[in-house]
Design a protein around this ligand. Structure first.
Ligand code: MN
Length: 493
């Protein structure tokens, strides 16, 4: 019970109007469904569900996501059906739970399945990104309780977290989740390196504690004098795995790394960020070439902040990270932060669009990564491409497919009335081969009588070709034209 109370308290703090009754109901429902089930650690199973929900509540996510998190293992592990979940908690929650259940069936067992898994994960994400966010929270708790599992299973989960989940979290801008996933997995995969790196961080913190406090105090005073409102000002420590990777890049020389500990300053608005940077530089001499304006030029995953390394108290170097509260939340929670702002305005629409673009970039990266992996049978993906509708739906096509194939894959009506296309926001010709990750929009002409038999020259899928041909047969002109154009060999789908 105290776990549930903690969850409810967190939710209420985030939103005093939150529907806590619904959360209690979901808890009771899951508790009853999992009755008698235990985790490998011998704890009651429900603790895992609540822990997953708690992580999401701390990310300030809303009640439907929390409810789905509480129920996330119910269809997989109990006699309760999806229909019952939908009846009690509605279609939105039921769809999320169904998504997680599907994802749960994906297991990392050898490289071949790995490819298939990535694809499924990707499709699930495109359908509802909240599913993957819940999956991250689920995975975090599984990693935290990994010790209770047999060695082989432990390794599988840790590998999968490191190779699939953490990079995905990174691409989605979920820095905090990525860091936690990596650290927990690293601890199992490479315990020695984990220990020595963690020790190095602890030593550095201890060694710099006094100096950081002093630097912070002095800076705080100056900020106050300048009337800059401080929302939060605290030390932040680098994640273990992130430092480990950086050390490898810097010849294992910790003295070359300035941001093992940093001072993070959160201020009210954009103007205050730059004003605070000015104060910091007036007080402390900046280290040359160490100023980064990620506000004016955000990182590809959307990260925003001002970074500067300065010679602080006693000439010690320290990095300052300056940002607004909103930038902070987006840096920690990334895509998940989109649900904690109740904005149904143009801004959130823009974010939706940005997200669709992000998905396509992410997919390209995943595919590149797959190709990089050695001894991999990639036939499955090499012959297929994945392209997007402007709404973010994925269409799976054979390689060298064109916009015509895409149009027919959506619906035969869309194909029949296709008048042109935009690929990645640019007007494009219909005969051009599409590439992985392209966002394709079909321009429709309602008055159009049917497909152009000329499309047969470049249509690749048998569904498109069949439809175009059958239309052509009904019109004499089409029939004549079809005879003129040479036939390609149909590609089997
Ligand atoms: Mn679970």
């Amino acid at each position: 019970m105290p776990r549930l109370e903690k969850l409810l308290t967190t939710l209420k703090k985030n939103d005093p109007q939150a529907d806590l009754d619904m959360v209690r109901l979901a808890f009771e429902f899951a508790d009853k469904a999992h009755e008698g089930q235990k985790r490998a650690s011998d704890e009651p199973y429900i603790n895992h569900c609540v822990a997953t929900a708690q992580t999401l509540a701390e990310m300030k996510l809303d009640v439907p996501i929390i409810v789905a998190a509480l129920l996330h293992d119910v269809p997989e592990d109990t006699a309760v059906t999806m229909a019952e979940i939908e009846k009690n908690f509605g279609a939105d929650v039921a769809q999320m739970v169904a998504g997680i259940t599907k994802l749960g069936k994906i297991k990392y067992r050898g490289m071949e399945r790995y490819i298939e898994n990535l694809r499924k994960m990707f499709v699930a994400m495109a359908q509802d990104i909240r599913v993957i966010v819940i999956k991250f929270a689920d995975r975090l708790h599984n990693l935290q309780t990994l010790g209770a599992l047999p060695e082989e299973k432990r390794r599988r989960i840790a590998m999968e977290s490191m190779e699939i989940f953490a990079p995905l979290a990174g691409r989605l801008g979920m820095g905090e989740i990525k860091g936690q996933l990596e650290d927990l997995a690293f601890k199992y995969l490479n315990p020695k390196e984990y220990e020595s790196t963690a020790k190095l961080i602890a030593e550095r913190v201890k060694q710099k504690e006094k100096f950081l406090e002093k630097t912070q105090e002095t800076t705080q005073k100056e900020l106050k004098t300048a009337n800059i409102k401080i929302l939060s000002f605290h030390g932040r420590v680098k994640h273990v795995y992130s430092l480990y990777r950086k050390l490898v890049r810097y010849d294992n020389d910790p003295t070359k790394i300035y941001d093992v500990v940093a001072l993070r300053l959160i201020v009210e608005d954009l103007a205050s960020c730059y004003a605070a940077l000015g104060i910091v530089h007036k007080l402390w001499r900046p280290v040359p070439h160490r100023i980064k304006d990620y506000i004016a030029q955000p990182k590809p995953n959307g990260y925003q902040s001002l970074h500067t390394a300065v010679f602080g108290e006693n000439g010690y170097i320290v990095e300052f990270q300056i940002r607004t509260q909103k930038m902070h939340e987006e840096a920690e929670y990334g895509i998940a932060a989109f649900w904690n702002y109740k904005e149904n305005d143009a801004k959130s629409m823009n974010k939706q669009l940005a997200w669709i673009k992000e998905l396509s970039v992410m997919q390209k990266n995943l595919l590149t990564k797959i190709k990089d992996l050695e001894n991999l049978k990639v036939d499955f993906l090499q012959n297929r491409i994945f392209v997007f509708t402007p709404k973010g739906d994925i269409i799976d096509l054979p390689e060298n497919s064109t916009a015509i194939d895409f149009a027919y894959a959506i619906h035969s009506d869309v194909g029949d009335h296709c008048a042109g296309c935009r690929v990645n926001d640019q007007m494009s010709s219909l005969d051009k081969s599409l590439k992985n990750g392209d966002v394709v929009e079909i321009i429709i002409d309602k008055k159009r009588k049917g497909p152009n038999p000329g499309w047969l020259k470049f249509a690749k899928t048998s569904s498109a070709r069949g439809r175009i041909r059958s239309f052509a047969k009904h019109s004499i002109a089409g029939w004549v034209k079809e005879k003129i154009w040479p036939r390609d060999n149909d590609e089997d789908e």
